[in-house]
Design a protein around this ligand. Structure first.
Ligand code: NDP
Length: 415
């Protein structure tokens, strides 16, 4: 199938070409074009249609003494319920305290086949003022805003690589594009001044100088379940957090649970969730061993939770300002800086983690999860809106909640 020069066509032409080449019907076309004002054609290449994801809000959050409603864009049932549940438990202990470090992003000019690493390291360090100046000259407006390149570091890596790391305060932006422009300017400087070629110049997504921390202190009695007293639940949560420190298989799922909450708020805020995912998982392996990101301990009769993550999000930049829904979500969140957004994100991660661990170490994850999946299961096997209420009640009380049972229930309802 030859679609060239596809990218040069306007939207209507691209759609007509696709329709012809792929045999799309008028119904397909109506589905594709049934859109209101969209960002798509302004932001990505070869735009076809918007792919929507439902957005809901998590409630019960109390962060640094303020109540927050948290917009979440997700296709996964149970994420919003779990976050709200975790936040409610934590609120019973006074809520979440969140804080951030300075927001320094890091970019690398990577040099390969370096024959004299000690000599090159010394020369790069001697050139620090010129390197910082060149970086800042490549994006002077960020310096006017009080940011810009602040410091450098040189690392000798295995296999004769040298990395010149430049730390940049990107203020309210995530900064990928401005950092990359600065790094490419520095790579040119190194070529001209030192005759040193570079392999590449690009930001690092491991933003370990842009950290956010959330802590909470929960009286163990609020963790009580039907089967276990609060202290027992707390002790089992502590064990679960220890297991995620020693086993990467467990840690991966532990951290996925944390990111269930964070990704969906990152998305609702108009940010690049891939950047946050890569940052967080790299940080989880920063000592060479992939570990759970949160830590839970008991002090007296309190369960103490702690979560620290790199969260290099932006409040501006990328498509954030263009995206009216992201702007609305900022207002719902009542945040007006990247640091405040970081505080919400890390708090959501902590609440999400608590809800998951509590369920896992008490009744198990499936009961609550499948209860919330019942509706999607029924819809996926063809339930109509009119059938949904009755069918859902029956499926939720069935011993096994799966597609087969959902089909059986619909069959019975339909007589
Ligand atoms: P932009 O390129 O949109 O840059 C942000 C712009 O916002 C700046 O150039 C600045 O313009 C303006 N701005 C306005 N107010 C402020 C403020 N208070 N603080 C800081 N900047 C401000 O976006 P980013 O550089 O942030 O890059 C983010 C995008 O890059 C995302 O879309 C991401 O997906 C993408 N990306 C990610 C990569 C990765 O993660 N590895 C790699 C490459 C791209 P001015 O100062 O001139 O007014």
């Amino acid at each position: 199938m030859n679609l060239t020069p596809f990218y040069k066509q306007n939207y209507e032409q691209r759609l007509a070409m696709l329709k012809e080449k792929l045999g799309l019907t008028d119904v397909d076309e109506a589905l594709i074009t049934g859109k209101t004002a969209t960002l798509g054609n302004q932001t990505i290449e070869n735009y076809l249609m918007d792919f929507s994801i439902p957005e809901g809000v998590a409630v019960n959050f109390k962060i640094n003494g303020k109540e927050k409603v948290v917009p979440m864009a997700t296709e996964e049932p149970s994420v919003i319920a779990a976050a709200s549940n975790g936040a409610k438990i934590i609120a019973a202990g006074g809520g979440i305290q969140a804080s951030t470090t300075e927001r320094l992003m890091m970019g690398q000019v990577l040099m390969a086949n370096v024959q004299k690493p000690v000599q090159l390291t010394q020369r790069l360090l001697q050139y620090k003022p010129e390197i910082l100046q060149t970086a800042n000259d490549a994006h002077p407006s960020i310096v006017k805003r009080g940011g810009g390149a602040k410091k450098i570091r040189v690392r000798k890596l295995a296999h004769q690589f040298i990395s010149l790391d430049i730390f940049i305060d990107t203020k309210e932006a995530m900064g990928a594009n401005m950092i990359n422009a600065m790094l490419e300017a520095v790579a040119k400087l190194l070529k001209v001044k030192l005759g040193q070629t570079s392999l590449m110049a690009i930001l690092s997504n491991l933003a370990d100088e842009c950290l956010a921390t959330a802590t909470c202190r929960i009286p163990v009695k609020v963790l009580t379940t039907k089967q276990l007293n609060g202290k027992e639940v707390a002790q089992r949560i502590v064990l679960a957090s220890e297991a995620a420190q020693v086993d990467p298989y467990r840690a991966a799922t532990h951290n996925k649970g944390i990111m269930n909450g964070i990704d969906v708020v990152v998305m609702a805020s108009g940010n690049d969730w891939r950047a946050i995912e890569s940052s967080v998982h790299a940080y989880a392996a920063r000592d060479g061993h992939y570990r759970g990101l949160s830590c839970w301990q008991i002090e007296n009769d309190f369960l103490i939770g702690n979560l620290t993550l790199p969260l290099p999000v932006g409040f501006v930049g990328g498509s954030i300002k263009l995206n009216q829904k992201a702007q609305l979500n900022h207002r719902i969140l009542q945040v007006s800086t990247a640091k405040e957004l970081e505080e919400v994100l890390v708090s959501v991660g902590l609440a999400q983690n608590l809800a998951a661990l509590k369920a896992l170490v008490s009744e198990g994850i499936q009961r609550g999860h499948m209860h919330l999946q019942a509706k999607s299961l029924l819809l996926s096997v063809g339930a109509t809106t009119a059938e949904l209420a009755d069918a859902q009640a029956k499926l939720e009380s069935a011993p096994v909640i799966d597609q087969q049972t959902a089909r059986q229930i619909l069959k019975e309802l339909r007589g």
